[in-house]
Design a protein around this ligand. Sequence first.
Ligand code: MF3
Ligand code: CO
Ligand code: CO
Length: 275
Amino acid sequence: MTQYITVAADDRVEARNGTIKLHGPEGFEGMRRAGRLAAEVLDALVPHVVPGVSTQALDDIARSHMLDAGAVPATLGYRGYTKSCCISINHVVCHGIPSDKTLKDGDIVNIDVTPILDGWHGDTSRMYLVGDVPLKARKLVDITYECLMLGIDQAKPGNRLGDIGHAIQRHAEGQRYSVVRDFCGHGLGRLFHDSPEVIHAGRPGTGPELRPGMFFTIEPMINIGRPDVKVLDDGWTAVTRDRSLSAQFEHSIGIAEDGCEIFTKSPAGLDHPPY
Ligand code: MF3
Ligand code: CO
Ligand code: CO
């Protein structure tokens, strides 16, 4: 049985133990601010994602933006990770490490940021198109964004996590794409990665019930080819085993009485490309 616990904003941050936290109005307020900042960081990166820029330069911009806003990048020092965001190019599924590698014309790139503001985590990622991107890759990006939003449409009280996973899986597989199973969305709030695990595939009416006050991410990774992933020797970079292109979008959301609130919507309306 899934256990739920109602938490107050100033409760001790408890480690993930399978119990799903239900947050109150102060939690929503904290997540609104952290989520908005996360989205603003992704907005600010738009003009910089061009051929020739290094992923380290983009990481520097993301870090400065967060620090200037009084936030700290959650990834900095997280389990030994030393960068302020993840930048995943083409067949990299997630957790690409910023480096002196440069972007080139035709790349599709995911940038994933998580500022911690006043103790709350805003976690979001978007795809960016570098220069002239082939139609096949642009279509993957479009469908992946639709998968995220179809999942979010199912995020309301009375539904279950399986309804979200099913909506995503159905749309991706309807295009003969595949859904990555090795990485999931996650509860978040005062913790970066909390219960529940949000699987991006599933059967309707299964899994934990969605209740008002739940905070979690939805972050489907969709591949043109097979779903299988491997992690490179750096311990982080996850790539498709068949080297097919992969795309991802992520929002942080909160379940409300009558639906859900997206904490990480772009204030500038730049939620998906073309920007
Ligand atoms: N932001 C990623 C997520 O969506 C987690 C990145 S952890 C890192 O959950 F250490 F790789 F940065
Ligand atoms: Co996440
Ligand atoms: Co993320």
